[in-house]
Design a protein around this ligand. Structure first.
Ligand code: NDP
Length: 418
């Protein structure tokens, strides 16, 4: 095994015990939500309506569908890309190259699904398979993470992520040891981050909408809003695929169970919770309320996109006319920190926009149930935790300059509140 390089990063998520708990808790929560969303009372808190037996979870048909889906997305990844982008500089001073063809994969998937539906593919039957599909995705995530862990044991020290190589196998299995595991040209983490899960999420949403039409004759306004908002989010992520190369997931976190399960299972099967809920619990929604919700989503998107693009443009080329006039703080590393524009408002404006959108995705589901607000609560906790992780890393990287930034920009995510 290659020895880790430099000082070890502090343990996160409560160390090995926390990681072991999350290994069980994350899949259990996902299955709980899937079961509760289709139950009459749809109670977020409390026991699930029933415990599914293996016959409800294990389905060769679902397994085949799942692997066909992964194979299709891997095939689309390998198609010629409109652009090859370079990632951030690695420990050994090299840079990896990534195909920018995620949006193309989305469009081609849409065309293939459209073609399939036109020749009789029963898209409306997909929601009935969510449980065994989620089981297949969970099994895949466990086996895949184990293979990634074994692969990482042969990786050179320079290929390891800053965290995730503590020496404790459970913790390292959870967090991920290797930063950018690849099989030839296929970058496994980059592939999983935006394609099978994210495109799968909007496909599940669409299938839920189709089933709603089959059940009630027409789609509800609430279902249309949820589908529209989340489609916008996924289209945006794939259109700006290149900007993922500067995010924490790619530059800092290893590829282990946390990201593999998150990307392959958690995102498609829990992020579609609002649409799952609406299929089984139709909600009336008037035009005035729908307009307010659209306004919240549009404002959130405006902040989210503005903040992410501003930082991305600045990191790629600080002299770009769109960011050249912004005020900055110099750091000992040679990189500067933005202290005006979006990044002068709060220290994570992109999280603020993302949270506003999360709220807008739940509001069409009304206020009779807590369940559709799960995403908003979970996402708030995730982003508060993520913000704290990022602050620790930035303090390590930038030292005094980061202190100065925190003095100048006092709030973390929400102005005057947090
Ligand atoms: P960010 O895009 O917020 O990146 C954080 C990094 O930005 C820091 O480590 C630092 O890196 C740089 N930075 C911080 N402050 C400044 C500044 N003032 N000036 C210039 N650079 C600065 O991190 P994430 O990867 O957490 O988030 C990316 C997006 O993904 C967000 O919009 C988030 O909401 C979203 N997201 C969505 C999730 C979902 O499940 N829907 C899950 C997680 C994230 P450096 O200085 O090294 O460049």
């Amino acid at each position: 095994m290659a020895p880790p390089q430099g000082p070890r990063a502090p343990l996160e998520f409560g160390g090995p015990l926390g990681a072991a708990a999350l290994l069980l808790l994350l899949p259990a929560t996902m299955f709980h939500l899937l079961l509760v969303a289709r139950s009459g009372p749809a109670r977020l808190l409390g026991p699930p309506p029933y415990l599914p037996g293996l016959e409800a979870l294990w389905s060769p048909r679902a397994l085949l569908l799942w692997f066909t889906w992964l194979g299709l997305q891997a095939g689309l990844y390998l198609l010629p890309a409109r652009k090859m982008a370079e990632g951030q500089e690695l420990k050994d001073k090299s840079r990896l190259r990534y195909p920018i063809n995620g949006f193309q994969a989305l469009v081609l998937t849409a065309l293939l699904v459209g073609l399939g539906v036109s020749v009789g593919l029963p898209l409306g039957a997909l929601p009935e398979m969510l449980l065994p599909l989620a089981f297949a995705a969970t099994l895949t995530a466990f086996i895949f993470s184990l293979l990634l862990y074994l692969k990482s044991l042969a990786a050179p020290a320079s290929a390891l992520a800053p965290g995730g190589n503590s020496g404790n196998p459970i913790y390292d299995f959870f967090l991920g040891r290797e930063l950018n595991p690849r099989i030839s040209f296929l970058d496994l983490k980059y592939f999983c981050e935006l394609r099978p899960g994210l495109i799968g999420w909007v496909l599940i949403n669409l299938a839920l909408l189709v089933q709603e039409v089959e059940l009630w004759g027409s789609p509800s306004l609430a279902m249309c809003l949820v589908n529209g908002f989340q489609l916008l989010y996924v289209v945006d992520a794939l259109w700006h695929e290149e900007s993922i190369l500067t995010t924490m997931d790619i530059t800092h976190d290893g590829f282990g169970f946390m990201l593999a399960f998150g990307d392959l299972a958690w995102v498609p099967f829990t992020y579609s919770l609002q649409a799952q809920f609406l299929l089984h619990h139709p909600q009336p929604l008037g035009l005035p309320m729908a307009s307010i919700i659209c306004f919240i989503n549009a404002t959130g998107y405006y902040i989210f996109r503005g903040a992410n693009s501003q930082k991305d443009t600045f990191r790629k080329n600080p002299s770009d006319p769109r960011v050249a006039d912004l005020e900055t703080i110099s750091t000992a590393t040679g990189r500067r920190l933005l202290v005006s524009g979006w990044w002068g408002m709060v220290r994570h404006p992109n999280y603020l926009g993302d949270l506003a959108m999360a709220l807008a995705w739940s509001l069409p589901c009304g206020v009779s149930h807590l369940l559709p607000y799960f995403y908003f609560f979970y996402f708030t906790a995730l982003l508060v935790h993520r913000e704290a992780r990022d602050e620790r890393q930035c303090l390590q990287k930038y030292g005094l300059a980061w202190h100065e930034y925190c003095q100048r920009v006092r709030y973390r995510i929400v102005p005057y509140i947090y």
